[in-house]
Design a protein around this ligand. Structure first.
Ligand code: 3B9
Length: 327
């Protein structure tokens, strides 16, 4: 093949492999058998091996970096990654609603999201390429874990938004991956992880991306940090936009017109929680309208327009034991 045909074939393979990867890892709805994906990935690897000058950072072959890092670099979050105040019962939720309603002159609607029990991460895309991934750290200073986040298949290495955009969400380990990992650890007489959250954190703290790549981590994104072009008026529009960009958002979020609907959602997921393939430790309730969020502002460390309803802790442990028995 002449050089132009090679370039064309490489581009075609990248496009179709990114589409297959999106269907499999983001939509959880593969359209072709795994063998089809593997065969095309092998062909792309062969072509890139023969023409290394044609390799690009967002090629599906570039997910697992070769060299382990000596250490993680520190990164400053230009927009802080804040934490949430807690609610522990229905009365706390009603108090939250009363306070929010009192301080806003228009009626308030909420967005409810599952609170994934993983670790908060920030992903930066510049000119459509995934250029940096970081942990939350203390909210202002985090650690650059780009090489490990690149191994998470549900994180696209390129998106169509060409403006610089920083998106935020949770990296986590699904139950199935957690149980398989602990089985393997016990088979090697290694200390198993206590819970999926520790397993995800431990995996992303590995200096060698080849280890993180074996941990089957996943992400759900729920927010936007820096974004010059950002001109949306509600949180729910942002969630739709993240999904439109090909980023993985949790499908269970819901817009609620009243606190009654919020309480209904909390009760539903309190019962449904054991049937999820990932750990959640609560429900996050946010004022949907971004102008009302600004009116409400922040306390020293939490937004006043959002709250985390926390499930009672002891339940989480029994639930995991149930699953272990059922495997
Ligand atoms: C709401 C927010 C705290 C994110 N928001 C922010 O961190 C944030 C940060 C600066 C903001 O505005 C500022 C801009 C500049 C300076 C100071 C504040 C606004 C929001 C949050 C925290 C944890 C979440 C979680 N575990 N799960 C879900 N589903 N959602 C979550 N949402």
């Amino acid at each position: 093949m002449g050089n132009q045909q090679v370039q064309d074939r490489i581009n075609a393979l990248r496009e179709i492999l990114n589409q297959y990867g999106y269907e499999y890892y983001v939509l959880d709805r593969p359209s072709v058998p795994d063998a089809e994906y593997d065969q095309k990935l092998q062909e792309l690897k062969k072509l890139e091996k023969a023409h290394p000058e044609l390799i690009t950072s967002d090629s599906p072959t570039q997910r697992v970096g070769a060299e382990p890092l000596d250490a993680f670099q520190k990164v400053q979050h230009h927009i802080p990654m804040l934490s949430l105040g807690n609610a522990f019962n229905e009365a706390d939720l009603r108090d939250f609603d009363r306070r929010v309603t009192r301080e806003t002159d228009q009626p308030v609607s909420y967005v409810c999201e599952l609170k994934i029990d993983g670790l908060a991460v920030s992903l930066t895309y510049e000119n459509g390429k995934f250029t940096r991934g970081a942990t939350r750290g203390d909210g202002t200073t985090g650690e650059d874990i780009t090489s490990n986040l690149r191994t998470i298949r549900s994180i696209p290495l390129s998106i169509k938004e060409k403006e610089t955009i920083e998106v935020r969400g949770e990296a986590f380990m699904p139950h199935r991956s957690f149980l398989a990992l602990n089985k393997a650890k016990q088979a090697n007489n290694e200390e198993p992880f206590a819970n999926p959250r520790n397993a995800a954190a431990g995996s992303l703290r590995q200096l060698d991306p080849k280890i993180a790549a074996t941990r089957n981590l996943d992400t759900f994104l729920y927010g936007v940090g820096e974004w010059e072009a950002g001109a949306l008026s509600s949180h729910s529009e942002r969630l739709h936009y993240l999904k439109e960009l090909g980023l993985k958002t949790n499908p269970e979020w819901k817009k609620c017109a009243t606190i009654e609907e919020v309480i209904e959602y909390v009760n539903y997921w309190t019962n449904e929680r054991p049937h999820l393939d990932y750990e959640i430790d609560g429900i996050v309730v946010k004022v949907d309208n971004l102008t009302q969020q600004e009116e409400l502002g922040f306390t020293a460390k939490n937004p006043r327009w959002a709250i985390a309803y926390k499930f009672p802790a002891e339940e989480a442990i029994t639930k995991l034991q149930d699953i272990e028995l059922s495997v």
